[in-house]
Design a binder for this molecule. Structure first.
Ligand SMILES: Cc1ncc(COP(=O)(O)O)c(C=O)c1O
Length: 370
């Protein structure tokens, strides 16, 4: 990427070439503050997920507002965070295979990294690699609390893995993690509350089971944007991994009790490239800059137009209002339906305040899927 970002600073956002990923800085900062304020009222702390923004400067802002560290999905994100001076890092996924474990151990020598584990083989492999390099790796056991993704079952399987970790040289058993991902985006608040509490109770039960056998569980981690104030209010929880709240998207915007508290701060600036028929208009934002697995993203601030389809480089808009006077060259903003996967399609953010480009940030961990 061209790192000379200077020419953009001070431009009006509509002067930017497109497609361009915009952050409304006032809204993002308000989101960070709202979440930070909530975590001053409960026992749990916030460890925001970096998979949303993939950019260390935003993690630094979250930590400055009170977060205790960062959650990452991938080693590549953890590397970006640690190289940018962030020390307290949780990889909330399994790190498997000799090459990746070697990278994990390297990071452990330069940070307080923690990793999720859910199998005896993986525990053994990390321990052996840590011994060989003289590193210590902190671990959380991932427990399956109903999402049926990764994770050992609560009860005996969790206890047995905890015992193995405690006996494994150069590993530290810190606690348990469970992600209630099957509940976080249920729009109805009461339904989401009940489902999330049921899931988190499994993690709490797992903690009690392990502690009854004399093993201390210091960390209890879980939660997302949709459950931050459900999971976050459970006294046994010590950390919440919410990520999307920083930007939001139209999907989370429709989740009752969440959409009202956080504002959508992310948009993709598009140019109208063609208006070939009165009822059809085409913009230059297709699938390569806008994710659509949660639905087709829609324009903001323009009435009478609806995005009806995306192909690789084109967004097709249905124009239902004859008063829409957009012509080729005009720019509009599109609100993502899924912020995390949309961010991963871009090289940089343009940070906008009062319509003007204030900052340009490289998305350091963009595409870092390994
Ligand atoms: C392990 C884990 N924790 C937390 C989250 C929460 O993310 P969000 O705030 O986007 O709901 C996710 C989302 O994918 C996740 O996979």
């Amino acid at each position: 990427m061209n790192n000379n970002t200077q020419p953009f600073i001070g431009m009006h956002k509509t002067e930017l070439d497109t497609p361009a990923l915009l952050i409304d800085l006032d809204k993002m900062e308000a989101n960070i503050q709202t979440m930070a304020d909530y975590f001053t009222t409960v026992n749990a702390s916030l460890r925001p997920h970096m998979k949303t923004h993939k950019t260390p400067i935003i993690t630094h802002k979250q930590i400055a507002a009170g977060a205790i560290g960062v959650t990452c999905a991938k080693l590549g994100e953890a590397e970006a965070a640690i190289h940018a001076g962030i020390r307290d890092v949780l990889i909330a996924n399994q790190v498997v295979g000799a090459q990746k474990i070697a990278r994990l151990i390297n990071l452990a020598k330069h940070s307080e990294i923690m990793v999720a584990v859910d199998s005896p083989q993986n525990v053994q492999a990390i321990s052996e690699a840590a011994v060989a390099k003289g590193a210590t790796v902190r671990t959380l056991i991932e427990v399956n609390i109903g999402m049926d993704r990764c994770g050992v079952e609560p009860g005996k399987p969790t206890l047995e893995l905890a015992e193995q970790i405690r006996q494994s040289p150069n590993l530290k058993f810190e606690g348990l993690m469970g992600y209630e991902g099957h509940t976080v985006s249920r729009p109805d608040r009461a339904e989401r509350d009940a489902a999330a509490r049921e899931a988190m109770q499994r993690l709490v039960d797992a903690k009690h089971y392990v502690e009854k056998r004399g093993i201390e569980v210091s960390i209890m981690s879980g939660g997302g944007t949709g459950t931050f104030n459900i999971t976050g209010s459970i006294p046994e929880m010590t950390e919440v991994q919410a990520g999307s709240y920083v930007f939001m998207d139209s999907t989370y915007g429709n989740v009752e009790g969440v959409g009202e508290q956080f504002d959508c701060s992310l948009s993709v600036l598009a140019t109208v490239v063609s208006h070939p028929a009165p009822n059809r208009m085409i913009v230059d934002t297709g699938l390569k800059v806008l994710a659509k697995e949660f639905g087709i993203p829609q324009p903001v601030g323009v009435n009478g137009v609806e995005m009806t389809g995306l192909s690789e480089e084109h967004g097709k808009l249905q124009v239902s209002d004859v008063n829409v006077s957009l012509t080729p060259g005009d720019k509009i903003e599109i609100l993502p339906t899924h912020c995390c996967t949309t961010v991963n399609l871009h090289d940089r953010y343009y940070g906008i305040r009062n319509g003007i480009v204030e900052s340009v940030w490289e998305i350091a961990a963009r595409g870092k899927a390994q």
